[in-house]
Write a protein that binds this ligand. Structure first.
Ligand SMILES: Cc1cc2nc3c(=O)[nH]c(=O)nc-3n(C[C@H](O)[C@H](O)[C@H](O)COP(=O)(O)OP(=O)(O)OC[C@H]3O[C@@H](n4cnc5c(N)ncnc54)[C@H](O)[C@@H]3O)c2cc1C
Length: 1004
């Protein structure tokens, strides 16, 4: 049969389908009921939709009448301003008026719970089984799924697994008594003559809380361990187990889990996997899986869905500058579905097929293809979600005689997350159900061949494509460097390979670099691997005062020519250096893993940030570079422009050894200053890479000089030098303040008042509000506090939790911490590695001891005893604002937990230190978020996310109070600190004649 013939049959079948259900509507769109009204209003009013769905999301956390009333007011306004679906509904029910808020509370609670019940088959096992039995009586098979909160700990993973085991035990008692659903012959004890009566679906990431593609093997093994236990029970019932597919990040892990499970039980036919047609990868994954099954001689089963996370996938990819993994035209997903369904049906001898869709075109296509290919009934079935598309499921039952409903069950908290996903799915403009049943779109259009629709829409999109935008100096507009993508096997493999390569280069001696020449000195210090201090990363020559003096002289000598170099040429050096760093990105990351103990992702992010600074400041300088006319009086020209200050000393820390160093160095250089760079003694080998980058691009001699050295020998000499005009420093408050003090003194011969760009410490707090989403808050706090061992000035070191959620939050935080491992950062299974050096180790341990006296230990991890500089992950409760560990910067993995009585107190405590760098708030109260914006006084405030990882250009970084002098690295005004503004005014009037400038305020 050719394509158009087949398409004609599909369209005819679709039309017939529509006619059999004519006049019926899914209950979702029934405007006679409250839910239908909400859906209707949401589709007409985007603002209401956002507020309503967000309210549904927060609803299970609103455990008191006051919380509920406050949130209703915050989300929907006062009663008089409320949309009719809320106020009229309540009024009709005779509930408003004298009772006020409490009545509205009840009205909303009842209706939202009712709405959730639409999609959830029960709140507990008993109720779920009872309702599924009822569905069976109506002719519907089921696949049951346990709803769970995000799994954050081993304990939660066990609870999730045990719920399945108990569910299976309960089903075991019941299922034999169920009358099999009718079919054509086959095994009389099975549904339809061939299908197990018990069918369960599991979400694999709920079985391991740290599932993460960076630790691919560890994730597969851990998930498989629990899946296996469920699978064994399923086999005991001769049931069916389907492994659901989740976000793209975990796709390859899930496929691998499925394959390993299949190979453990090769003869068992009833293990299924889900593939998502909206993923571009599926065109490759599907044939690979089918070939694998043939090669291994195993029977597989695939449920094909379009995919439930389209918005999430596109947003995440855009945020990280990754290739969007999903099709971006709806018809492309539909066409992919039909293409892939055909491939599965063509392989029906080895692959059982579950067609999961509510789309009548998709279902009709599968029916017609199966017919054309003579696929026996027992090799394919249809599935829809419980609570959705009732007319469609009825239609399928009538035509195919077999349909399975996907039935989630569980309690309200996870239930609401599921409900929101379904509401979003059904109100999306692209939804087939919405178009068919809420908008009555033309049937012809709904049944059109999606391959043709996709082609037409692609052409229309190409015609609309705008010319590529240009940034300053005709460079492409600034875009953050893409983050490492561990879903890619090549990125995962790159780390061990490059670390092994870099390891071969360890132990070399690194010279100074002054005036374009390498300079060796007799004084050297080794730089070691903190995870393995016996391993010397490099031996670094140390500058004494003579060498620093030479470097300053070289910089001073190079300055006039560099100052007068065309700004675009200066910027080009940065862009070229960025290209070199990009080419070497894995290698530069590997050096960080070995020299300072960064985890793979942390190391890569540091190199990305260095590249971002180069690219960003290059463009910023081009923008700032041309003189701007100010004032418009005729006969007068005023030009405002900038000049560099002279010689800049750049003193950088070890914690972002390439990023922060490169940020300060590149800002100084592109602004026209010449630099004497002192890296940290702990990361001088990484510092030397800046020499290599600038050498490769041919930066003129003397513009950049590299002088690692002992602070005690050359630090003051550098700061005090009369030839230094600017000091850019990032590091501790003590050193920063000392530099500021010393730099204030003017020495003989000094021509400039020294400008200080100074970033210092933090004592950053995250507030957990009483309505916070703990599924989000817990992992973000853990990451903010313990990512890179808490050695970031932005790291969270205090978490201030509102009394109402304190116990639950702490319990989940500690349980998640317990699941993590401490060990060498080379191994991606380790959440935390060693701290910077033995000194840091000692100081942090001392603070942990202080904390133990001030409060009580909630968690202290084990650490390896292999000689690495390890410090336990430490969480201390019972901390008050006056305690030392609530006030002093520790710079390590010690987290103070504080219990606040309300949000006002939490904000007051958050502001109660001398620092003001970063802060965070997890809250779903619009009023509290607004209050935090205003009153939580820090340089970088993060709402509902982690409080580290600021991106150049997107989150310019820097604080005030004792955290810094108010500069923002990676922001528009950063370069201004590296330059002096000048104004030149010319009187253009000569003997009464003044030329007219275009923008003169001339007499009209
Ligand atoms: C039994 C069953 C089990 C399921 N299990 C899973 C699972 O394990 N994992 C999972 O992810 N989902 C799962 N789902 C959910 C499923 O992904 C959605 O219900 C499904 O995508 C809706 O598709 P449709 O054909 O019913 O509707 P349609 O309205 O035809 O399609 C909607 C879908 O099109 C896609 N889409 C929307 N906009 C665009 C766009 N602009 N460009 C490209 N594509 C777009 C999205 O996938 C969206 O969900 C399951 C569904 C069922 C019925």
């Amino acid at each position: 049969m050719n394509n158009s013939e087949l398409n004609n049959r599909v369209v005819a079948r679709g039309k017939e389908f529509f006619s059999t259900i004519s006049g019926e509507k899914p209950s979702l769109f029934n405007k006679g009921a409250w839910m239908g009204k909400v859906m209707d209003w949401s589709m007409k009013n985007e603002t209401f939709k956002i507020q309503m769905f967000r309210f549904v999301d927060v609803f299970p956390s609103l455990t008191t009448g006051k919380l509920l009333t406050d949130h209703i007011r915050e989300y929907f306004g006062e009663e008089k301003d409320m949309p009719p679906v809320l106020s009229t509904g309540a009024k009709v029910a005779g509930m408003l008026g004298s009772f006020g808020g409490a009545v509205l509370n009840k009205f909303l609670t009842t209706n939202i719970q009712e709405m959730a019940r639409q999609f959830i088959v029960g709140e507990n096992t008993k109720e779920a089984i009872k309702n599924m039995e009822r569905l069976r009586k109506d002719g519907f098979a089921f696949v049951v799924d346990v709803l769970g909160e995000a799994t954050l700990s081993e304990k939660e993973a066990d609870i999730y697994m045990n719920t399945y085991l108990e569910l299976l035990d309960s089903l075991k008692k019941e299922y034999k008594d169920w009358k099999p659903l009718p079919g054509r012959g086959g095994d009389g004890s099975l549904d339809w003559g061939h299908a197990p009566k018990v069918n369960v679906a599991v979400k694999p990431t709920a079985l391991f809380c740290l599932a993460n593609p960076q630790d691919f093997e560890g994730s597969v093994v851990a998930i498989l361990e629990r899946v296996r236990k469920i699978a064994e029970k399923v086999m005991d019932l001769n049931g069916f187990l389907c492994i659901d597919m989740e976000s793209y990040r975990h796709k390859d892990i899930i496929i691998e889990v499925y394959k390993r499970l299949k190979l453990e039980y090769p003869a068992y036919p009833h293990f299924g996997l889900v593939l998502q047609a909206y993923l571009v990868d599926t065109d490759k994954d599907l044939p690979e899986l089918l070939s694998w099954a043939r090669e291994k001689k195993v029977q597989i089963s695939l449920r094909l869905v379009k995919g439930a996370y389209w918005d999430y996938e596109t947003v995440k990819a855009k945020q990280n500058d990754w290739k969007v993994p999903v099709w971006t035209i709806k018809a492309e997903s539909d066409a992919a579905y039909e293409r892939q369904a055909r491939m599965i049906l063509e392989n029906s001898d080895i692959c059982h097929f579950a067609c999961a869709s509510h789309n009548i075109r998709t279902i009709s296509a599968v029916m017609e293809m199966a017919k054309e290919l003579n696929v026996p009934d027992e090799r394919y079935e249809f599935q829809v979600l419980y609570g959705m598309a009732e007319p469609v499921r009825k239609g399928i039952l009538k035509v195919a005689g077999r349909i399975r409903l996907y039935c989630p069950y569980g309690d309200m908290v996870p239930g609401m997350g599921y409900l929101v996903r379904r509401l979003l799915e059904n109100t999306a403009n692209e939804s087939f159900l919405r178009q068919s049943f809420a908008e009555d779109a033309q049937i012809e259009r709904l049944l059109e061949d999606p391959a043709l629709t996709a082609e037409r829409e692609r052409a229309a999109r190409a015609a609309k494509q705008k010319a590529e935008a240009k940034g300053p100096g005709n460079l492409p507009p600034f875009n953050n460097e893409a983050m490492v993508d561990f879903t890619r096997a090549d990125h995962r493999a790159a780390f061990p390979e490059t670390i092994a390569e870099v390891r071969k280069q360890l132990g070399k001696t690194y010279p100074l670099f002054i005036n374009g020449k390498e300079v060796k000195t007799g004084d050297t210090i080794p730089s070691v691997n903190p995870n393995k201090p016996s391993e010397t990363v490099g031996i670094v020559c140390q500058a004494g005062t003579k060498e620093v003096g030479d470097a300053i002289a070289a910089a001073k000598g190079a300055f006039p020519a560099w100052r007068d170099t065309d700004i675009k040429v200066r910027a080009e050096y940065l862009v070229k250096a960025a290209a070199v760093a990009r080419r070497r990105i894995f290698e530069l990351s590997a050096w960080q893993v070995l020299e300072i103990g960064k985890q793979w992702d942390q190391a890569y992010a540091d190199v990305c940030e260095a590249i971002d600074f180069l690219e960003y400041y290059a463009r910023e300088m081009i923008t700032l570079g041309s003189p701007k006319r100010i004032g418009h009086a005729p006969g007068e020209l005023n030009h405002y422009f900038y000049e560099p200050k002279g010689v800049a000393a750049v003193i950088s820390p070890w914690n972002f050894p390439l990023a922060i160093s490169m940020g300060m160095v590149s800002a100084a250089i592109v602004a026209g200053n010449c630099v004497v760079f002192k890296p940290s003694g702990l990361t001088s080998v990484i510092g030397y890479h800046i020499v290599e980058l600038f050498r490769e691009v041919g930066l003129p001699e003397g513009v950049f000089n590299y002088t690692p050295g002992r602070g005690s020998v050359m630090g003051d000499y550098l700061v005090d030098s009369p030839d230094i005009s600017l000091i850019a420093f990032t590091g501790s408050m003590e050193v920063g303040l000392r530099i500021i003090e010393r730099a204030a003194k003017v020495y003989p011969g000094q021509e400039n008042v020294k400008k200080i760009v100074c970033e210092m410490g933090g004592k950053n707090a995250i507030i957990i509000d009483d309505d916070a989403d703990l599924d989000e808050a817990v992992p973000h706090v853990l990451y903010s506090a313990f990512g890179f061992q808490g050695q970031k000035c932005s790291a969270c070191s205090r978490v201030i939790v509102l009394d109402a959620v304190y116990d639950k939050f702490v319990e989940r935080l500690v349980s998640m911490a317990q699941a993590t491992l401490v060990g060498s950062s080379e191994d991606p299974a380790h959440y935390m590695g060693a701290v910077a050096d033995d000194k840091a180790m000692k100081t942090i341990k001392e603070y942990a001891e202080i904390g133990k006296k001030e409060g009580h230990v909630l968690y202290e991890s084990k650490v390896p005893s292999d000689g690495g500089y390890y410090v336990p992950m430490t969480i201390i409760g019972g901390i008050k604002p006056e305690h030392r560990i609530a006030q002093e910067e520790i710079f390590g993995p010690v987290l103070a937990v504080m219990r606040a009585k309300d949000f006002d107190q939490a904000i007051a405590w958050a502001n109660s230190t001398k620092f003001a760098l970063t802060g965070g708030v997890f809250s779903r109260s619009p009023e509290h978020l607004a209050q935090a914006r205003k009153e939580f006084r820090v340089g970088n405030l993060y709402l509902n996310r982690n409080n580290t990882g600021a991106l150049v250009g997107r989150q310019p970084f820097g604080g005030s109070k004792m955290s810094g002098v108010g500069t923002k690295a990676g922001g528009h005004d950063y370069l201004l600190h590296f330059m002096d503004p000048r104004v030149v005014t010319e009187n253009t009037m000569r003997r009464g004649f003044a030329p007219v400038e275009e923008d003169d305020d001339w007499v009209a």
